[in-house]
Design a protein around this ligand. Structure first.
Ligand code: SF4
Length: 224
């Protein structure tokens, strides 16, 4: 993507800010809480994953209790989030790795690492992909690394930001270096809001779309 493309990103971010407003700052929370909540959000809806996370914390108020419990109890607690057995095993393995590395199940030492080192460390963990790693640092530490979720991947394809066939992971790696730091948080939140409200997976509401003038997909539709 070129300098003019960066200017287009800024223009889209500005338009979305006027449409959806400036999102409230993320509440400061332990990094481990944010990571586990993001792991639970994989392959399910926000509603189901929030329900699963709340149930997990009610059943196991401390992460040590998850470590001390059998996988099936953890899976039962997060059943509403889907893929419960896989996610329970993943969460237990992550907690166990953090205990080995940091002496207890915590990710707080990552607050003291340079952003790129913290990101690379998270990416090295089984079950943690680019979106999960970036969300953990953006929401848990305020580090401006842009996460690409399913809504953002779809809109980016339509806008022509992502190359045809480019995976969300590959796109994130390229795109995160282009979004100015000051726009990362609001652009991430507002693109998701736009994906939910207007740029639906099927039948996007293009006629009333605030970023229509920047969209290649919409131009293709009106040319055809
Ligand atoms: S014009 Fe249509 S396809 Fe393009 S971003 Fe807006 S809603 Fe999505």
């Amino acid at each position: 993507m070129t300098a003019p493309a960066v200017r287009r990103i800024e223009a889209v971010a500005k338009t979305l800010l006027s449409t959806y407003g400036s999102p409230p700052a993320a509440e400061r929370r332990p990094l481990l809480d944010v990571l586990i909540e993001t792991v639970l959000s994989q392959n399910t809806s926000d509603r189901n994953s929030h329900r699963a996370y709340r149930a997990l914390r009610r059943r196991f108020p401390r992460w040590e209790l998850v470590l001390a419990s059998p996988r099936r109890s953890v899976a039962a607690a997060i059943a509403s989030g889907g893929l419960a057995n896989i996610k329970a095993a993943r969460i237990k393995a992550l907690l166990s790795g953090f205990r080995r590395r940091f002496g207890r199940p915590t990710l707080e030492p990552l607050r003291h690492l340079p952003a790129e080192d913290a990101y690379r460390y998270l990416l090295s963990l089984a079950g943690v992909g680019p979106k999960t790693a970036a969300c953990t640092l953006l929401f848990g530490r305020g580090t401006p690394i842009f996460p690409v979720d399913t809504h953002i991947a779809r809109i980016s394809q339509r806008l022509g930001w992502a190359e045809p066939g480019e995976t969300p992971a590959a796109f994130q790696e390229r795109f995160r270096r282009l979004v100015p730091d000051r726009l990362v948080y609001s652009l991430h939140i507002n693109l998701i809001a736009h994906g939910r409200a207007v740029c639906h997976p099927r039948g996007p509401a293009c006629p009333g779309c605030c970023i229509r003038r920047y969209c290649q997909w919409q131009k293709g539709e009106s040319d055809s």
